[in-house]
Design a binder for this molecule. Structure first.
Ligand code: COI
Length: 353
């Protein structure tokens, strides 16, 4: 397949690095590719960023058949641009697609197209530490049809967004609230796929958390509502009595790429790392015993986000005295040093542009 490129007539002004928050600025170009049953994936193209015109009957608008990814490009001190673990994101996009009956695409081709797009837009990659170019590959159902079935046509697009910190708190600790009335995902569902509906389903409880003064929701499992699963936009880790523990991937948790990177780094440091069931009662107990040393979230957008408080009914678990814990600090530094090319990439996570 040949990738065509259409040049934009006008280019947008770039924001200052200091203006960057998350998700508000978009670059000049995007990648688009279409799918039909007859042609498979066809017409891959890089063209000016612009609207996707669709009739109101378009299936994605009704049944949410949509999957997406989030990954980042970083600018190194010597002005090179590099991607962090893009193959893993591309691979997970195909895995999410399978769960939603979306046809798979050629991963090598998609990676190459993404790299070409980032190459064209390399001037948009910000410089400041803590900033990056966020890459959002997405696939949506395009049939103009409102009966319920898998669509026969799709659009795969990639947009780029220069970003700063995801949370207003930056790297400062956040407070999270445990939802007792809602669950994010259930066994046998699509909790481990990166699909739009999972995020839509999290909004109501997220609003509830905000009203109570908390940044995000900490979800419990959908069966017993006993075991911790993940936070609104991140996976979650705890340090309990010197063990680094994170919920095991039981099928209803997103297999985060930052989560995987944190596990790998901590193992190379000889830490005791477990992926296991962690009940909310265990956390309360550890807090009472004084062994709940740290909590932090991990995600592409959030990177490492320290947690200073967890609220569950009347229990308020204060962690680390409102300070960033030593492990969260070390992981943040090690991970971002690799991402910005300041440290050796021993794991083969970096893909240069
Ligand atoms: C990411 O971390 O890349 C995500 O997709 C989470 C999203 C809520 C920003």
């Amino acid at each position: 397949m040949e990738l065509s490129i259409t040049t934009a007539e006008e280019l947008k002004p770039h924001p200052e690095d200091s203006e960057l928050t998350f998700g508000t600025f978009f670059t000049d170009y995007m990648f688009n590719m279409d799918y039909s049953i007859e042609d498979g994936w066809y017409n891959p193209r890089i063209e000016p960023y612009g609207p996707i015109v669709m009739p109101p009957s378009t299936m994605v608008l009704h049944y949410g058949q949509a999957v997406f990814e989030g990954l980042k490009a970083f600018r190194t001190d010597d002005n090179c641009i590099q991607l962090f673990r893009p193959k893993d994101n591309i691979h997970r996009l195909n895995k999410s697609s399978r769960a939603l009956c979306i046809p798979e695409f050629d991963e090598e081709f998609a990676l190459d197209a993404m790299k070409q797009l980032v190459e064209i837009e390399k001037d948009w990659v910000p410089k400041e530490l803590g900033t990056s170019l966020y890459i959002r590959p997405t696939i949506i159902a395009m049939d103009p049809y409102i009966g319920l079935r898998a669509s026969h046509t799709y659009r795969f697009f990639i947009i780029l967004c220069p970003v700063g910190a995801y949370y207003a708190e930056g790297f400062n600790p956040i407070k999270i609230w445990v939802s007792k009335n809602h669950v994010r995902a259930v066994r046998g569902g699509v909790g481990d796929s990166k699909t739009a509906g999972n995020y839509a389903a999290s909004l109501f409880a997220g609003e509830e958390a905000h009203k109570q003064g908390y940044t995000q929701v900490l979800w419990l499992d959908g069966v017993e509502q006993k075991h911790v699963e993940e936070v609104g936009s991140m996976n979650i880790f705890f340090v309990i009595d010197d063990e680094l523990a994170t919920p095991a991937l039981t099928g209803s948790i997103l297999p985060g790429i930052t989560r995987d990177s944190v596990i790998a780094l901590a193992k190379t440091w000889g830490m005791n790392v477990s992926e296991r069931k962690i009940s909310i009662d265990e956390l309360i107990d550890a807090q009472n015993k004084g062994t709940l040393q740290e909590a932090f979230g991990t995600g592409t957008a959030a990177v490492i986000s320290p947690v200073e408080e967890i609220k569950y009914s009347d229990n308020v678990l204060k962690i680390g005295g409102g300070k960033v814990g030593p492990l969260a600090e070390k992981l943040f530094k090690s991970l971002t040093d690799i991402q910005y090319g300041k440290a050796e990439d021993n794991e083969g996570w970096i893909e240069p542009i």
